[in-house]
Design a protein around this ligand. Structure first.
Ligand code: AMP
Length: 418
């Protein structure tokens, strides 16, 4: 027997309603905020991710699904959605149709991480990108959109955490201060941090092995330049005016190199170790970095699998997918033809109909209808046909009546509404 690849999931049955609910809500909230969908390919040139996500990040160092295709190109299954979206924005000259451009995406991402609850190798994200806004209004809009999306889903046990990681003017000084602080305790930090000390000093603040050293480290807020500071303060003020609850965490840095200025994460209190349900921030230099014009931008991504865990933890009721409403059972050759016509009539009236396509007796057909959780069964038999009637049975109560052929659709609709 073949088995699925470690860290991937088959999504079906009872799970599907959660996916529809999240995807539909994501599309609806995006629509309300003026974002349009973009669907980029699942794989891109490896170079795109190395340049944008950053050579020294965990994603590029350890987690990418990279392979050579038959043409000898190095390709990578996308580990995140921003770089492909920006590539498409630049390649298709979207800037020509005016800025800002608001885009959203929903789809699978791939990272070679150690699988555990809430962490997979193929996972799915809903993300938005606001391309071409340098104003705090943009930061506030993205955070507000994220907050409204989560509320629309019915979640409450989450918090939005923000920070500013400064810009290329003020961050170098801060990095120096961090280097000095950590140089005295370098023998105590974990092996990954020893390596990051040389390559990606900010990431030491994010150490999962021991966070105590980060607590006493210098804070970016004390090093922000006037511009970064006023951008940060103005964004906070907007969030307060809009009554978006947030917390500050001066050790919040993101795992991708392209960020600057405001960064944020959203954590759910009942998700255990993998508590981040979303994260994002500003990336004012990324578009230039990958060959486009100077276009200050920002965005965020949410993990759909983690949102589903959160919905379940909070017992949020999710609407059942309305399928398998009526089962059509039939007995005899003539009945079969009439039954298929009845099925089509019901379907034209938006009723979900499962038609018996097996050669089997009535009791086996009814058993199958019950297993599919159909609400009603219409039984078409030769005897009844001669009298121009069919049997309508309520599978939940067992009630059944004979109805005239012409009243089937109307009666089925009435019974389904009860
Ligand atoms: P990131 O940009 O890496 O912070 O990812 C954004 C969101 O995607 C995270 O907050 C998670 O909810 C989700 N996510 C990231 N990596 C994984 C993974 N390996 N498995 C499941 N969800 C993930």
């Amino acid at each position: 027997m073949y088995r699925k690849i470690k860290g991937t999931e088959d999504i079906y049955g009872e799970e599907i309603k959660y996916w529809y609910f999240i995807e539909n809500t994501a599309r609806e909230v995006s629509r309300i905020y003026g974002y349009e969908e973009i669907r980029t390919p699942i794989f891109e040139r490896t170079e795109l991710f190395v340049r944008s996500v950053g050579e020294e990040t965990d994603i590029v160092q350890k987690e990418m699904y990279t392979f050579e295709d038959k043409g000898g190109r190095s390709l990578t299954l996308r580990p995140e959605g921003t770089a492909p979206t920006i590539r498409a924005f630049v390649e298709n000259s979207m800037i020509a149709s005016g800025l800002p451009r608001r885009l959203f995406y929903i789809g699978p991402m791939f990272r070679y991480e150690r699988p555990q609850s809430g962490r997979q190798r193929q996972f799915h994200q809903f993300g938005i990108e606001l391309l071409g806004s340098s104003s705090p209004l943009g930061d506030a809009e993205a955070i507000m959109l994220a907050d409204n999306f989560l509320r629309k889903l019915g979640l409450v046990d989450y918090k939005i955490v923000i920070n500013s990681i400064g810009c290329e003017k003020c961050r170098p000084k801060y990095k120096e201060a961090l280097k000095e602080y950590y140089s005295n305790i370098l023998d105590k930090v974990c092996d990954d941090c020893k390596r990051r000390y040389e390559t990606n000093i900010l990431r030491l603040l994010d150490c999962k092995v021991d966070s105590s050293y980060a607590e006493n480290a210098p804070k970016m807020k004390d090093y922000l330049c006037t511009e970064c500071k006023s951008h940060y303060e103005e964004t906070k003020k907007l969030l307060e005016t809009l009554e978006v609850a947030y917390e500050e965490n001066f050790n919040l840095v993101r795992g991708l190199d392209y960020y600057n200025g405001i960064v944020f994460e959203i954590h759910h209190s009942r998700l255990g170790a993998q508590s981040a349900i979303g994260g994002g921030g500003r990336y004012d230099k990324l578009i230039e970095e990958i060959g486009g014009p100077k276009t200050p931008s920002l965005g965020f991504a949410m993990g759909i699998e983690r949102l589903i865990i959160a919905l379940k933890k909070e017992n949020v009721p999710v609407e059942e997918w309305r399928n398998n409403e009526v089962f059509i059972a039939h007995l005899g050759h003539e009945a079969k033809i009439e039954a298929i016509k009845i099925a089509e009539e019901l379907r034209k009236n938006e009723i979900s109909v499962v038609f018996n396509t097996m050669e089997r007796g009535l009791s086996a057909q009814l058993k199958h209808a019950a297993r599919l959780k159909c609400k009603l069964c219409i039984i078409v038999g030769e005897n009844e046909l001669e009298r121009d009637v069919v049997i309508l049975r309520n599978l939940e109560t067992g009630d059944q009546v004979e109805i005239e052929r012409t009243f089937i659709v109307g009666t089925a609709k009435e019974w389904l509404q009860d």
